[in-house]
Design a protein around this ligand. Structure first.
Ligand SMILES: NC(=O)c1ccc[n+]([C@@H]2O[C@H](COP(=O)([O-])OP(=O)(O)OC[C@H]3O[C@@H](n4cnc5c(N)ncnc54)[C@H](OP(=O)(O)O)[C@@H]3O)[C@@H](O)[C@H]2O)c1
Length: 247
């Protein structure tokens, strides 16, 4: 029986999810399983997509719909509810249940990469869906953190306030980019922080996986920081999504 899965988001041409699941289905001999990209101009296009594709069993959700999609769900997993963002939807008998696998994927990859994490402070750039998942993981690890936003009043710091006082950058051993700055095709962009403040003491994690080496990663590496991109997190969250769809 044909089973369809897919990804919704705004611009999906640079997504790795399709090739990841196409290869997985091929490797595991799942010939009737298909994974498609469904770019939507608005999250309201989801209803039409579901009506036109009754064989859909599951969806991944990406930028910018992880929060906007909540209004379409019949049910939401407690972790996703707590985070306020959904990146996986399971479709069963026309009902949509939302989950968040980003948080656990970030948690597991962070713990593996940075074993002394419990002694660190973190600085999270961005306040969107993946930022919320990252914050949940940091809370679970009891890592104190502060957030940076472009907007005053939305977080402890703005990029401008960090220009005047860079102490939060120096003090945070772990800096995480959850903004799309530097993501393909806009690979020349990077978060506007003072990279001169980074040292070999810093761990710099970019959630972006395409390109593998963003400007953010390159600049951090130039100052001696230990770096990590989002590829492993993507793979972990995809396997967690797969387990949810098959449960
Ligand atoms: N590796 C993985 O598995 C994985 C998982 C999830 C996400 N990601 C990546 O993480 C990135 C963000 O995804 P998301 O779903 O969290 O997106 P999102 O919900 O749209 O949030 C992005 C946040 O970044 C900030 N931002 C947006 N545009 C910006 C700009 N021009 N300059 C500075 N800050 C900006 C905004 O925070 P403020 O308005 O407060 O500044 C915004 O809330 C994407 O590149 C995505 O591919 C990777």
């Amino acid at each position: 029986m044909e089973k369809k899965f897919g990804l919704i988001g705004s611009t999906l041409t640079h997504s790795f999810s399709k090739s990841y699941f196409d290869e997985k289905f091929f490797r595991e001999g799942l010939r009737d399983y298909h994974y498609e990209l469904y770019p939507l101009d608005s999250v309201d296009g989801l209803k039409k997509l579901l009506d036109e594709n009754p064989e859909l069993y599951g969806l991944n959700v990406t930028i910018p719909y992880k929060e906007q999609v909540l209004k379409f769900l019949s049910d939401i997993d407690p972790t996703a509810k707590n985070i306020g963002a959904v990146n996986v939807i399971k479709i069963h008998n026309g009902k949509l249940t939302g989950f968040n696998t980003d948080s656990d994927a970030f948690y597991e990859t962070l713990e593996k990469w940075f074993p002394q994490i419990s002694d660190a402070k973190a600085l999270v750039l961005g306040t969107g869906g993946s930022s919320k998942a990252v914050q949940q993981a940091l809370k679970k690890l009891s890592v104190p953190f502060e957030i940076v936003s472009r907007e005053k009043g939305k977080a402890a710091h703005t990029y401008e306030s960090l220009e005047k006082d860079g102490t939060p950058i120096s003090d945070a051993q772990l800096i995480i980019n959850t903004t799309p700055l530097g993501m393909a095709p806009n690979t020349n962009n990077f978060p506007p922080i003072n990279y001169e403040l980074l040292t070999s003491h810093h761990y710099v994690y970019d959630l972006i996986y395409n390109p593998a080496r963003t400007m953010f990663i390159q600049k951090a590496e130039m100052h001696g920081a230990t770096i990590k991109n989002g590829l492993e997190m993507l793979q972990f969250q995809a396997e967690k999504a797969w387990a949810i769809w098959n449960n």
